[in-house]
Design a protein around this ligand. Structure first.
Ligand SMILES: NC(=O)c1ccc[n+]([C@@H]2O[C@H](COP(=O)([O-])OP(=O)(O)OC[C@H]3O[C@@H](n4cnc5c(N)ncnc54)[C@H](O)[C@@H]3O)[C@@H](O)[C@H]2O)c1
Length: 321
């Protein structure tokens, strides 16, 4: 199979690309290496991918037609089974408050340009990244795909909900196969510097105080990267005509327990500074993963007691701390 993977230099994209290459698939990566966080991390991830047989990078932007054309030309060469794995997006609930324009451009216009290219080129099915943020402040737990998701509380959540509707429309109008995956707080080695685990680890290792929002009362369904990768690949293989799946860790954890796992892995206890919740944040996320379990054989196994130390080990090695 040949997969056009957008966001290949990103946290999840890099890990999915590596796993696809491991099993012998071809991967065309498309990424613009934007500066939302330190691009050095993206360059390093990409260097690893470019050393591997079967990987080709197109350095470009999903909102630039010429870049997309170049990537789709490579994808459609010859007579090979193809898929699109669309992960490129502007992420970050908080960032979306001050930069709505970037989210509308990359997440809505960018998504439209990618799915429109799928239609024109008659590609294989598309798997795309959605998010638990589409559930907004849903009070029913755990979050199920059957719940309403038309009350977003962030621009980010709104753009991802819009993607689910764009995908639905293209499926209905043009018969394009689309699967949306609602990821729940993904963490692990090569993770994103703007996410809590990265920031906590950095501060704990430097002996600095930890800013803890929501007075530490927030709960999250944390999902280890290897489990997410298994879910993405199962969705690519299954290639449903139109579906949406929750991909969570299957267990809701207290933020303070997450911090305790970081402290244990770093071998030190940090001072904490408690702050109220930030706009756009929700008190708790929890995923009902029964649909993905049944259809995709999705079976997340990694608990934070195992996954957090793996991240800290990677972090120490990468930053030589
Ligand atoms: N990490 C999580 O916990 C999480 C949770 C829910 C959903 N998601 C979604 O999963 C996807 C991957 O997330 P991630 O954590 O790997 O983020 P990431 O920021 O590490 O990766 C995204 C990649 O896309 C690239 N990109 C962004 N805009 C682009 C554009 N216009 N053209 C080309 N490339 C572009 C970036 O340079 C980056 O390398 C995103 O769609 C994100 O919204 C992630």
């Amino acid at each position: 199979m040949r997969v056009l993977l957008t966001g290949s230099a990103g946290f999840i994209g890099f890990s999915v690309a590596s796993a696809l290459l491991d099993r012998g698939d071809e991967v065309i990566g498309l990424d613009n290496f934007n500066e939302y966080y330190d691009p050095t991390l993206k360059i390093r991830r990409n260097e690893i991918l470019e050393k591997r047989k079967g990987f080709t990078l197109v350095r470009g932007d999903i909102t630039h037609q010429k870049d997309l054309d170049g990537a789709f030309d490579l994808l459609m060469k010859g007579n090979v089974e193809t898929r699109i794995c669309h992960l490129a997006a502007q992420a970050g609930v908080r960032h979306s408050i001050d930069h709505p324009d970037i989210f509308l451009r990359d997440n809505i216009n960018g998504f439209n340009m990618v799915i429109e290219a799928c239609r024109k080129r008659k590609t294989g099915g598309m798997i795309y990244a959605s998010t638990s943020a589409v559930y907004g402040d849903n009070k029913e737990h755990p979050f199920s795909e059957a719940h309403r998701t038309d009350n977003p509380i962030s621009i980010y959540g709104f753009t991802k909900k819009a993607n689910e509707l764009q995908a639905y429309l293209y499926h209905k109008m043009y018969g394009i196969s689309c699967t949306g995956l609602r990821f729940f707080t993904v963490y692990g080695p090569w993770g994103r510097p703007d996410m809590a685990l990265f920031r906590f680890t950095d501060k704990v290792l430097k002996g600095e105080a930890l800013p803890v929002f929501g007075h530490g009362k927030m709960q999250r369904d944390f999902t280890y990267i290897d489990d997410i990768v298994a879910g993405v690949i199962a969705a690519l293989d299954r290639n449903d005509p139109y579906e949406i799946y929750n991909l969570g860790g299957g267990k809701t954890e207290e933020l303070m327990d997450y911090i305790a796992a970081v402290e244990k892995a770093c071998g030190t206890v940090a001072q904490k500074e408690l702050f109220p919740m930030q706009p756009g944040d929700v008190v708790a996320t929890s995923a009902d993963i029964s649909k993905a379990r049944k259809a995709l054989g999705y079976d997340p196994k990694t608990r934070i007691s195992e996954g957090v130390p793996k991240f800290v080990e990677w972090y120490r090695e990468y930053y030589k701390m």
